[in-house]
Design a protein around this ligand. Structure first.
Ligand code: CA
Length: 227
């Protein structure tokens, strides 16, 4: 899952980005509103963390611009303690939730997880596709009941595939949701990670979990047996 953090206080921005990266998200950081808007329009984020008071373009104006361009990624607003009016205006402008500064990182993470569970994504924290089961809260993956250890990036690639079962996903789509802008687009990193996943997930099974569609991309095998 890829997250954009738009926050002008470097300390807070750094703290949030580092925590989210450690929690397995691909994170981009923008330190002003204009830059934040251009990031949000350039990539498909799964969630945006947005400060209200920002230089160059305010958070609420930025939010209105996003919604007017049909960008539907959930937005979590960061607000100052006493700014009730800002929060109300923010929710009216299309924010999905807000958090009052200062906040504990654990609360931010809990809010983000809750927002990512909302439709159009699946409501449950457990994703199931055939015999494959992923608990996104406990960060556990099972195939036909047996636990499989995955690294954070492997988990993120599989989560994206499982959230879009039966769709063919291009390498670019997968990369955009799992890696941030620091990721070098022309590398074969997606293929490498699909290889790692197959090695771990297919061991002892005769059907591969991930199918390659030549010239198109990857998708979860639609013929995985149900448990
Ligand atoms: Ca600010």
């Amino acid at each position: 899952m890829r997250v954009l953090v738009i926050e002008d206080e470097p300390g807070i921005a750094q703290f949030v980005c580092q925590g989210l990266t450690e929690a397995g998200y691909a994170v981009d950081m923008a330190l002003d509103g204009e830059l934040g808007l251009s990031y949000a329009l350039a990539a498909e984020y799964d969630l945006i963390v947005l400060d209200i008071l920002l230089p160059r373009l305010g958070g609420l104006q930025l939010l209105e611009k996003l919604r007017s361009q049909s960008i539907k990624a959930p937005v979590l607003l960061l607000t100052a303690l006493d700014a009730v009016e800002h929060r109300v205006r923010g929710l009216e402008a299309g924010a999905d939730d807000y958090l009052v500064k200062p906040f504990a990182f654990s609360e931010l993470l809990a809010r983000i997880r809750a927002l990512l569970r909302r439709p159009p994504l699946q409501v449950d924290t457990v994703l199931r596709v055939g015999e494959l089961e992923m608990d996104t809260a406990k960060r556990e993956v099972r195939r036909a009941g047996s636990l499989i250890e995955l690294s954070q990036r492997e988990f993120a690639v599989l989560e994206y595939l499982m959230r879009h079962p039966s769709q063919v996903l291009t390498r670019t789509q997968i990369a955009e949701h799992v890696w941030n802008f620091d990721f070098f687009n022309e590398s074969n990193v997606v293929d490498v990670y699909v290889g790692y996943l197959r090695r771990k997930l297919d061991k002892g099974f005769n059907k591969s979990v991930i199918q390659t569609l030549r010239g198109m991309g990857y998708r979860l095998n639609p013929n995985l047996s149900d448990v």
